[in-house]
Design a protein around this ligand. Structure first.
Ligand SMILES: [Zn+2]
Length: 377
């Protein structure tokens, strides 16, 4: 019923192949739980017209929080991921988990109050963090720009203030979920690449986020780049993609060539302003990313590669470099239908993705089963 289309009991029996009594009992308990609502009557073929039911996305609300290095966006959504309201504040992730998460809890409470909802209406909280996270426990794992966060029990802290469940993942996975849910809902195989201060990827495979054994899947930034020879990476290795194609890497090369550029944001301005050296460097970085993505294409055969992150603001030259190598290096069968596009969700991708992570969990078959069993007892 999640597609929102109203259906009658008879249609559900036909769709599922289940017995009339089973479907009847299930519809009744889902109505009691509020997850289904009556949606008018279908046209009668004589006799009493059959009643139709539809998924009720307003049955509960979800809080999605997208935490970056220097700011946070917290949003309230309903059960189909529609943002009801949101708020962006300046917030220094390096000030440590307790003050940052307290602020997230306060903002979440404000949004609930404004929407005239209570903690009882809250289905869960999703949080995206700018560093590696062990998704199964919600604890950050040695995050480089987040002092004091290593191993911190984020779900316990947030659920003490707002109620649970609280799910946590890294920002790239969250953005991949958000972009998939809002822009490419019918694409089953998608790779989202974030190009900013770091480089990482979120992989949607068979319609589901693929996290790997420890949640480290998609860590493209530390794959060896073709022209990375001898360049030292912040991870301690040499020749990583991030060391040659991230914002700071491009900025460093331009500075050494005598171009005045302070940081990644200034680099974006240079490219948009038509600076030819900056454009050439951006395109070269695109080719390095493309070479690594060509392997990804051969390995995963995605339908869409979405490029997001700060550098997508000068997408043209970056995408040109990526396309040049991916289409040149991958087999025709893998690239026949492949689209390489810029991200479109922009500022809301994180909040929508974080909420989507929670919605997928609370509306999974097992969780719905558990909620109905609780309600019955
Ligand atoms: Zn590295």
């Amino acid at each position: 019923m999640r597609d929102g289309r109203p259906r009658t009991r008879a249609e559900l029996i036909q769709l599922t192949g289940l017995a009339r009594s089973t479907v009847g009992a299930r519809v009744d308990s889902l109505l009691t739980a509020g997850l289904l609502k009556p949606a008018g009557e279908s046209r009668s073929t004589g006799g009493r017209p059959p009643v139709r039911f539809a998924f009720n996305p307003t049955a509960a609300v979800v809080i999605g929080a997208d935490l970056g290095a220097t700011h946070a966006t917290v949003g309230l959504t309903d059960l189909d991921g529609t943002v009801i309201s949101d708020r962006t504040v300046e917030l220094d992730i390096a000030s440590g988990p307790a003050p940052v998460l307290d602020r997230v809890v306060d903002l979440g409470r404000e949004l609930l109050k404004e929407a005239k909802r209570t903690r009882a209406d809250l289905a869960g909280v999703g949080i995206g963090l700018p560093g590696p996270v062990e998704h199964s426990t919600g604890r950050p794992a040695s995050p480089p720009i987040m002092p004091g966060w290593d191993g911190y029990d984020v779900p316990a802290h947030v659920s003490a203030g707002l109620g649970g469940p609280v799910l946590v993942d890294n920002d790239v996975n969250i953005m991949a979920l958000g972009e998939h849910a809002t822009v490419h809902p019918h694409v089953d195989h998608l790779v989202f690449v974030k190009v900013a201060t770091g480089i990482g990827a979120g992989i949607i495979s068979g319609g589901q986020l693929h996290r790997g054994a420890q949640g480290a899947a998609g860590d493209l930034g530390h794959v060896a780049a073709p022209h990375g020879d001898g360049v030292l990476c912040r991870c301690g290795n040499v020749g990583c993609l991030e060391a040659v194609a991230s914002g700071p890497a491009i900025v460093g090369r331009l500075e050494r060539a005598g171009v005045e550029v302070q940081d990644t944001r200034a680099l974006v301005d240079l490219v948009r302003g038509g600076n030819t050296e900056a454009i050439a460097e951006m395109r070269a970085a695109g080719r390095e990313i493309g070479a690594v993505l060509a392997s990804t294409v051969s390995l995963l055969n995605p339908q869409v590669i979405v490029v997001g992150g700060l550098l997508v603001q000068c997408a043209e030259s970056l995408l040109a470099g990526i396309r040049e190598v991916v289409y040149g290096r991958s087999l025709p069968l893998a690239t026949e239908q492949l689209q390489i596009v810029a991200a479109r969700t922009g500022g809301h991708a994180g909040v929508i993705g974080a909420a989507t992570m929670v919605i997928q969990h609370v509306l999974s078959a097992e969780e719905v089963e558990r909620q109905l069993a609780n309600l019955a007892s």
